[in-house]
Write a protein that binds this ligand. Structure first.
Ligand SMILES: NC(=O)C1=CN([C@@H]2O[C@H](COP(=O)(O)OP(=O)(O)OC[C@H]3O[C@@H](n4cnc5c(N)ncnc54)[C@H](OP(=O)(O)O)[C@@H]3O)[C@@H](O)[C@H]2O)C=CC1
Ligand SMILES: N[C@@H](C=O)C(=O)O
Length: 271
C-alpha cells in the first residue's frame, strides 16, 4: 500500500450526488485528494467540507456544466495541467424521458453531450500526461444497459454502449503502459437519476435494485482486482468472460473478401 501522501488526486465528475458522491467518499477514505465536478456548487461544497474533515484529504470543487463546451474546457484544462491528477472517474450522466420517437431531441443531444462527448474529451485531455508518466487510472461509469438495450427505451443505452466500446478501445491503446482502465456496468441503482428521467425506481421489483454504496464498493473491488469490465451484480464473473469470448470468436469472420453464402442468390446461373 502506498503511503497516503503519495496518492494521486482523483477527479470525479457528477460528484454532487448519487454514484459520484459515493465514489468521492470511498476515494477520500483511501486517501486520495479530490477534485469534484458537477453543476450544483452548494452540494459540492457541502460534500467537500465533509470529506476533507472526515478523511483529512484536500478536496477542491470545480463546478461545471459538462454539456457546455466553455465550462467543460475548464475541466479539460485542469486535467491537462494539474500534475497531481492521476485518476479520472467519468461518472456524470443522465437519461431522458421517452422513447426514440417521443423524447425531446434537444434533451437527447444534451444527454449525448454529457454521456458521450464529455467522457471522451476529459479522457483525451488527461491521457497524454498519464501515458507520459506511465501511471494512472480512468474509470468509466457505463451501465448494464450497454449490453441490454432491449431492457430500456430511447437513446440512453446507446450512449452507454459507446462508453463500453470506448473503454475497450482505450484499454487496447494503453495496455502495458501503466494506465489502468475500467468500465463499470451497474444495474438499477437507487439514485435520483430515475426521478430526473420521470421514472419511479420502486416500479422495479426490490430484488433488482442495488443501494448506491454497495454498487460503488463492488465496482472498486473490481477495480482492485484489475477488471477491465465490472458488472457489480453479476454473480458469476465467468459469464462475462464467456460473453466476451463469444464476441472475440467472431473476429476472424468479420471481414472477408466474399459475402456469406446466405446473402448470395441461390438461383443457379443456368436456370
Ligand atoms: N442509477 C442507476 O440506476 C444507474 C446509473 N448509471 C450511471 O451512473 C452515473 C451516475 O448516475 P447516478 O448517480 O445514478 O445519477 P444522479 O442523477 O444521482 O447523479 C448524476 C450526477 O451527474 C451530475 N450531472 C448531471 N448533469 C450534469 C451536467 N450537465 N454537467 C455536470 N454534471 C452533471 C449531477 O450533478 P449536478 O446536477 O449537480 O450537475 C450528479 O452529480 C451516470 O453516468 C448513469 O448513467 C448506470 C447504471 C445505472
Ligand atoms: N436506466 C439507467 C439509469 O437511468 C440505467 O440503468 O443505466
Amino acid at each position: 500500500m502506498l503511503p497516503v501522501d503519495t496518492l494521486d488526486t482523483a477527479l470525479v465528475t457528477g460528484a454532487s450526488t448519487g454514484i459520484g458522491a459515493a465514489y468521492a467518499d470511498r476515494l477520500a477514505a483511501r486517501g486520495h485528494p479530490l477534485v469534484l465536478v458537477a453543476r450544483n456548487r452548494e452540494a459540492l461544497d457541502t460534500l467537500a467540507a465533509r470529506l476533507s474533515r472526515e478523511h483529512r484529504v484536500k478536496v477542491d470543487v470545480l463546478p461545471a456544466d459538462l454539456t457546455s463546451s466553455a465550462q467543460r474546457a475548464e475541466v479539460e484544462r485542469r486535467l491537462r495541467e494539474d500534475e497531481a491528477i492521476g485518476t479520472l472517474v467519468n461518472n456524470a450522466g443522465a437519461s431522458v424521458a421517452g422513447g426514440l420517437a417521443e423524447a425531446r431531441l434537444d434533451d437527447v443531444e444534451a444527454m449525448i453531450g454529457l454521456n458521450v462527448v464529455a467522457p471522451t474529451r476529459l479522457t483525451g485531455a488527461l491521457l497524454p500526461r498519464l501515458l507520459a508518466r506511465g501511471r494512472g487510472s480512468i474509470i468509466n461509469i457505463a451501465s448494464a444497459l450497454a449490453i441490454a438495450p432491449e431492457l430500456s427505451v430511447g437513446a440512453y443505452a446507446a450512449t452507454k454502449s459507446y462508453l463500453l466500446t470506448y473503454t475497450l478501445s482505450l484499454h487496447k491503446e494503453v495496455n502495458g503502459r501503466g494506465v489502468q482502465v475500467q468500465a463499470v456496468l451497474p444495474g438499477i441503482t437507487r439514485t435520483a437519476i430515475w426521478e430526473h428521467a420521470g421514472k419511479d425506481i420502486d416500479s422495479f421489483p426490490e430484488h433488482m435494485i442495488m443501494e448506491v454504496d454497495e454498487m460503488v464498493d463492488a465496482a472498486l473491488a473490481g477495480y482492485d482486482m484489475g477488471e477491465l469490465v465490472t458488472v457489480p451484480s453479476l454473480p458469476d464473473g465467468e459469464e462475462w468472460n464467456g460473453y466476451d469470448e463469444a464476441r472475440r470468436r467472431l473476429f476472424p469472420e468479420l471481414s472477408r473478401s466474399q459475402a456469406a453464402d446466405r446473402y448470395k442468390s441461390d438461383i443457379p446461373e443456368d436456370a
